[in-house]
Design a protein around this ligand. Structure first.
Ligand SMILES: [Ca+2]
Ligand SMILES: [Ca+2]
Length: 95
């Protein structure tokens, strides 16, 4: 199944930061789950950060898997990503 992500045109054109909802961010990460196992491997995570990194510089701070991988199994589950986003939003990161 191919999921399509529609980026807000303003971001694509001007690379300006506008607020994203948690749901939108989750959709972006889900779109990088290429093997559809419901979690992101290091490679999948890297690919998503490569895509998102230019938009959200604050995400770079999370690159370390140790921070995102709460149960240390080497994969980032959608639940872990959800918690990570909640944490970031609480800390006032702008997405
Ligand atoms: Ca996967
Ligand atoms: Ca994990």
């Amino acid at each position: 199944m191919v999921r399509e992500i529609h980026f807000p045109p303003k971001i694509v054109e001007k690379n300006v930061q506008i607020p994203w909802t948690k749901e939108q961010v989750m959709e972006v990460f889900k779109s990088f789950d290429k093997d559809e196992d419901g979690r992101l491997s290091k490679e999948e995570l890297k690919a998503s950060f490569k895509k998102l990194g230019s938009l959200w510089s604050s995400f770079r701070a999370w690159r370390a898997l140790g921070h995102a991988d709460a149960n240390k199994d080497g994969f980032i589950s959608m639940q872990e990503i959800g918690e990570l986003i909640s944490y970031a939003l609480k800390r006032g990161y702008k997405m």
